[in-house]
Design a protein around this ligand. Structure first.
Ligand code: GLN
Length: 205
């Protein structure tokens, strides 16, 4: 069966995430239709979801005002996969350390916004990621660091700080996995996470 993917599209690299989802699915001979999520009512039909970077204050406000936030919570409560990247990670966290961010509380981590910012606004690092055989070329742009970890599992660290975590069906990264042709992080989040339910080829609906 064909999968339905949603990319939260209030801000950020929406097309790049859509393309990465398509590459990750194609690598597994799966068909996927990607929808951009700007309003409520679409998330319930999605088998998997990506929440891109951008500005966490803006994203959290818009998904709340549009009624998308509770739908994302329900998606995760149903065990469906969510990949939250950069600002998306901040929004998905349990503690954004910033009152202007209305967090979703889906990943039990505290984050520090713009922790890798200022002097090195953007850089690429070869990251060892749990579950991947070779280093992943991770692009960091005004990236948050994870400064406390509760129930989540750390998948990667950079500079001694966690930069990729997983909790159940949710994967969060400080970096931007949509900005390289390498779709292994999308693959890990959507197809290789045993805690996440993606309908298999045989099932019908
Ligand atoms: N600095 C942004 C924030 O704190 C995140 C940056 C990004 O998503 N590239 O919301």
């Amino acid at each position: 069966m064909s999968l339905t993917a949603g990319v939260v599209a209030v801000q950020g690299d929406v097309e790049e995430h859509a393309a990465a989802i398509e590459r990750a699915a194609a690598a597994r001979d799966r068909e996927v239709a990607v929808r951009e999520i700007r309003e409520s009512g679409l998330v319930p039909d999605c088998d998997l979801l990506a929440m891109p970077g951008g500005e966490s204050t803006t994203i959290s406000r818009l998904i709340r005002d549009e009624g998308i936030a509770p739908e994302i919570r329900n998606h995760v409560a149903a065990g469906k996969p969510l990949l939250a990247t950069c600002a998306g990670l901040i929004v998905a966290s349990s503690d954004p350390n910033d009152d202007r961010v209305d967090q979703l509380d889906l990943l039990d981590v505290g984050v520090e916004r713009n922790a890798f910012g200022r002097q090195k606004d953007s850089f690429e690092a070869p990251l060892e990621v749990d579950g991947l055989d070779d280093p992943y070329p991770a692009v960091f742009i005004r990236a948050p660091a994870i400064d406390s970890v509760g129930d989540a599992e750390v998948l990667a660290t950079w500079d001694d700080r966690p930069v990729a975590v997983r909790q159940g069906s949710v994967v969060g990264t400080s970096f931007h996995p949509e900005l390289t042709p390498d779709s292994r992080i999308h693959g890990l989040a959507f197809f290789e996470n045993e805690a996440a339910a993606v309908p298999d080829v045989e099932s019908s609906r």
